[in-house]
Write a new protein. Structure first.
Length: 108
């Protein structure tokens, strides 16, 4: 996982007014997501997502949006949230399948 400095993330986004309020890396990443998805009014949602979910899941959903053709996407936010739910469901299924595996006996 490649973590960036807060200052590096903030240089990409015009957040001069908010720079002094950002103390944690996940806050900066959440604001970066809000800016990329053009959904500034729901920026607190993206900050919460950046705090709660592993970064690789958010990055995968973010890159999925970037890979789409700009003319085909009706709503970047909707597509991002759909992909995020798909990735979260995949992780849940992986965890459940690991729990169901029979344990090996020590004699094996």
């Amino acid at each position: 996982m490649d973590l960036k400095k807060i200052g590096d993330l903030l240089q990409d986004v015009d957040l001069e007014k908010r720079r002094r309020y950002i103390r944690k890396e996940f806050q900066a990443y959440g604001l970066l997501l809000a800016d990329e998805l053009n959904d500034w009014k729901n920026r607190s949602l993206y900050i919460r997502l950046a705090k709660q979910y592993p970064r690789h899941i958010l990055e995968e959903a973010r890159y999925f949006i970037k890979d789409q053709a700009p003319g085909k996407i009706k709503s970047k936010v909707g597509l991002f949230m759909w992909k995020l739910s798909q990735l979260k469901a995949g992780i849940k299924n992986d965890k459940q399948s690991r729990k169901r595996r029979p344990k090996r006996s020590k004699s094996d």
